[in-house]
Design a binder for this molecule. Structure first.
Ligand SMILES: *Cc1c(COP(=O)(O)O)cnc(C)c1O
Length: 402
């Protein structure tokens, strides 16, 4: 019998990365701004912008850094209110606090997406910017969000940390808002251990972000327009912001870029496999009356590397018993609201003053399960995971009925 797979191991990094890293070790050229041109970080930025379909990309130390720089680059005043979903990773409200702004939480529905009625109610409460966090790669209704925000001139930042490869009406997630932010942390589609990238079509915004990311003196000259060409609007923006902005030094190292670049050509396959694996397990889980895997919105083509599902008609005690039974059988199920100190449960963001109640989001978190499904898993391994989840829930509920 196939054993439950280790879902924490990543795929091996493509061999091409080793050659690039060896060359860097030889030259010692790890800083992105030493080479006059074509440093690995600069090449990554061009390649990523082309891949995703935007004009500018800025590689940084993490997605959290990209979110922080996005807020700073928007020039928001101190204490500006930034609307974020109540279901996201603690890094998102943290980036808002770090930018001296105030996070305002919005309800999220049973399908893990922003509750549009609450969003609409809150958007007129003195909101200066919105961060849409596509949590676990679940895309909120971007058409409705963009319409509401455009009508009010409110900029939208997409937290696409976990959405690389997801599309909405065929357009890449992360390119719909004014700025998009991605992560290269190990549990994301492309793994460099740590790293992030910010994408935008806005020359002025990217110029501000580039300078604040640590392009001191005239290092900004190494940032080019689309396809490495000189871009007059970019040069103008850099000239305007020279010496006007603080430097936060959130740069990416050439070493990280060397690990990331050879993974870009793997993305399409990873997305394909991830979606196929997810949908296979989703079908199996939906055969149980106790599991509900919410469907994507119709414009959305997902790129999952994990699965989320709600437990139906089960008490908290039964939910805990199910999680315990699954773990004993070899599959770790994280119920967002029940695992201790979970960074995705908003009541654990106690660094925020005046945490709201968000009853709907809380109810979802108390029954929403999270299981990692790395894209490299085989069908046999997916069957083992599905069988364990199905048998754990049916045994738990039979025991409860007895
Ligand atoms: C991983 C993640 C982040 C943080 O990314 P880092 O690169 O670790 O800073 C932010 N938001 C979401 C939705 C994430 O999944």
């Amino acid at each position: 019998m196939t054993l439950p797979p280790n879902v924490h191991d990543a795929e091996p990094i493509p061999a091409a990365a080793r050659e690039a890293i060896d060359a860097l070790m030889q030259s010692g050229d790890l800083f992105r701004y030493t080479a006059p041109q074509d440093a690995p970080v600069a090449l990554l930025e061009q390649e990523f912008a082309d891949l995703i379909g935007c004009k500018y990309a800025l590689a940084v130390s993490s997605c959290s850094a990209a979110l922080f720089l996005s807020l700073k680059a928007l020039g928001l005043p101190r204490d500006a209110r930034v609307l974020i979903p109540g279901f996201t990773f603690a890094a998102v409200p943290s980036s808002v606090v770090h930018a001296d702004c105030v996070p305002v939480l919005c309800e999220v529905g049973e399908n893990y997406r922003i509750d549009m009625a609450d969003f609409e109610a809150q958007i007129d409460q003195d909101i200066s910017a919105v961060i849409i966090s596509h949590m676990r790669g679940h895309t909120s209704d971007m058409d409705a969000i963009m319409t509401l925000c455009a009508a009010r001139g409110i900029p939208v930042i997409e937290d696409a940390a976990h959405s690389l490869g997801t599309t909405w009406n065929g357009q890449n997630i992360g390119t719909i808002g004014r700025v998009g932010c991605f992560s290269f942390q190990s549990y994301k589609m492309i793994n460099a251990g740590e790293g992030g990238i910010l994408v935008t079509d806005d020359a002025d915004l990217v110029a501000r972000a580039v300078i604040m990311s640590g392009a001191y003196e005239h290092n900004w000259q190494k940032h080019k327009g689309p396809r490495g060409e000189n871009a007059p609007d970019l040069a103008e923006a850099f000239a305007k912001w020279q010496n006007q902005l603080p430097l936060y030094n959130l740069r990416m190292s050439n070493l990280s870029a060397a690990v990331i670049r050879p993974q870009l050509p793997e993305l399409a396959r990873r997305v394909r496999d991830g979606l196929k694996n997810h949908d296979y397990v989703a079908d199996r889980l939906n055969s149980s009356p106790y599991f509900d895997v919410p469907a994507p919105l119709s414009p959305e083509q997902r790129a999952p590397d994990s699965i989320q599902f709600n437990l139906v008609g089960m008490s908290e005690e039964e939910i805990k018993a199910f999680a315990k039974s699954s773990a004993e059988k070899g599959v770790k199920v994280q119920v967002f609201g029940l695992s201790e100190d979970n960074a995705r449960a908003f009541w654990n963001w106690q660094f925020l003053p005046n945490l709201p109640q968000l009853p709907q989001t809380r109810a979802m978190l108390m029954k929403a399960c999270d299981v990692r499904l790395p894209v490299r898993l085989t069908q046999e391994e997916l069957d083992v995971i599905s069988e364990i989840l199905l048998s754990a829930v049916s045994e738990t509920m039979e025991r409860a009925a007895a």
